[in-house]
Ligand binder design. Structure first.
Ligand SMILES: [Zn+2]
Length: 180
């Protein structure tokens, strides 16, 4: 083998090794980050949860559960729905992907209110239809939910939430989804 060819091969090999080491470091860094999040989280925590079966936003004591692998440690807080006993999760690791923020009616309403608070007098839309329309929208959503809960209340059930109520809530939810 010619000398320049040998040097070429060695250089390529060195590059490969350096790339591999960089990948390993990035993985180790990510593992440490996740492990820290898992360790930092309390074994139990009072949080809000969302039951997708009951369309119910409730506060409860979440118990920490660690899962995942040594390479990718992950953890959640789990709380049983007071109504149907389904396990509801809040993410501890990758909290940005927590479905609660997407699903909960309460969060979506608060977001609407927040948007109103953020609107400045100088902004287009202030003192026009927009805040009123938004306020009205939030109020409509709450009224509709209350109405459904009244209409379908079943006193024979522990929490009164009949299947018909959940279905009606889900239908109303879809109607409000995009503009809430
Ligand atoms: Zn439930």
């Amino acid at each position: 083998m010619e000398v320049p060819e040998k040097i070429d091969r060695l250089a390529r090999r060195a590059e490969e090794i350096s790339y591999q080491m960089q990948q390993d470091r990035a993985r180790a860094h990510e593992r440490t980050r996740l492990q820290n999040e898992v360790d930092k989280a309390k074994p139990t925590a009072r949080k809000r949860f969302w039951c997708r079966h009951c369309r119910l936003d409730f506060e409860g004591i979440g118990r920490k559960r660690v899962y995942g692998t040594a390479e990718r440690p992950e953890a959640v807080h789990i709380c049983r729905c007071p109504e149907c006993a389904a396990a509801c999760h809040r993410l501890i690791t990758n909290a940005g992907k927590d479905r609660y923020w997407l699903m909960s009616h309460r969060v979506r309403r608060d977001r609407g209110r927040h948007r109103l608070d953020l609107l400045q007098p100088s902004e287009f839309g202030f003192n026009t239809m927009y805040p009123d329309a938004m306020k009205q929208h939030i109020k409509d959503m709450e009224d509709k939910e209350k109405e459904i809960e009244r209409e379908h209340y079943d006193p024979s059930l522990r929490f009164g939430r009949s299947l018909a109520m959940r279905k009606a809530l889900r239908r109303a939810d879809y109607r409000f989804r995009d503009d809430a």
